[in-house]
Write a protein that binds this ligand. Structure first.
Ligand code: ADP
Ligand code: ADP
Length: 239
């Protein structure tokens, strides 16, 4: 059984825009898949569809199997359990994903409390451990998002994404909003954490070179469809 299997996935927004058209892809446990393609080709839509995070009124057809479980057919309770604990998403520009008025420690604690992945008395310790794991001092738990740099905020998002020990991390342009120097640091961090915990990774980027460096396999999308697929180096050199 594969970690993630997507079959004939088609996504149509409420306004009729068909952003994803018959996409197939597979990620084996511990495998790193890169999804490349120019802006607007449907990469983010695909990422959001994997956890059913698209706006209400969006039509999604086809099949998404996460650890063999049918995500599109799941009841809400099960879906909530799968988000964060089965798969989590690291979005571009953590400023939008983090809540400006809550301390970052409380935000990292949220999925931990929701999924009871640490006993009530151990949540703070678990948050501290996660912060240190992504290279931030535990004391930063007290900070608000605006008190951190862009790179630090992205580290917080990565800590949140890891908090419930998912099998799959979906990283949607995780470094695009960052300075070039910081981009490399965040990429290395993701690579290191994924390798340490043998997680599956779906990494989305408009930058084929970044994906070729990080991923085992590459899928290239164009206008909602997969137009290339194969071992990362091979796809990169053919492009
Ligand atoms: P990418 O991540 O590759 O840049 P997106 O998935 O963001 O691509 O967008 C794919 C297409 O879907 C684009 O044409 C975009 O304009 C459209 N789109 C994205 N979000 C919405 C939405 N909420 N409603 C309608 N169309 C959308
Ligand atoms: P809410 O205000 O209900 O939390 P969100 O749009 O932030 O609305 O989240 C919708 C659902 O997706 C919630 O169940 C939330 O826990 C989950 N969720 C939000 N962000 C992520 C993420 N990055 N990875 C996995 N699950 C997420």
């Amino acid at each position: 059984m594969s970690l993630l299997e997507v079959r004939d996935l088609t996504v149509t927004y409420a306004n009729g825009a068909r952003a994803v058209r018959g996409v197939d892809l597979t990620v084996e446990a511990g495998q790193k898949l890169g999804i490349a393609g120019e802006s607007g080709c449907g990469k983010s839509t695909l990422a959001l569809a994997l956890l059913r995070l698209l706006p209400a009124g969006t039509e999604v057809t086809g099949q998404i199997l996460l650890n063999g479980e049918d995500v599109l057919g799941m009841k809400w309770g099960r879906l909530r359990a799968v988000r964060w604990a089965g798969a989590s998403i690291v979005f571009q520009g953590a400023m939008h994903s983090l809540n400006a008025v809550h301390r970052i420690g409380d935000q990292i604690a949220e999925p931990i409390v929701l999924h009871k992945t640490a006993p009530a008395g151990k949540v703070k310790a678990r948050v501290a451990e996660l912060l240190e794991h992504v290279g931030l001092p535990a004391a930063r738990a007290q900070a608000y998002p605006h008190e951190l740099s862009g790179g630090q905020r992205q580290r917080v998002m990565i800590a949140m994404a890891l908090a419930c020990a998912p099998d799959l991390i979906i990283a949607d342009e995780p470094t695009t909003a960052l300075d070039v120097m910081i981009q490399a640091q965040i990429l290395r961090l993701i690579e290191q954490l994924v390798a340490e915990q043998d997680l599956g990774l779906v990494m989305i980027s408009h930058d084929l070179a970044v994906l070729a460096d990080t991923c085992d396999r590459l899928t290239v999308m164009y206008a909602g469809r997969v137009v290339e697929e194969g071992p990362a180096r091979q796809v990169y050199e053919a492009a």
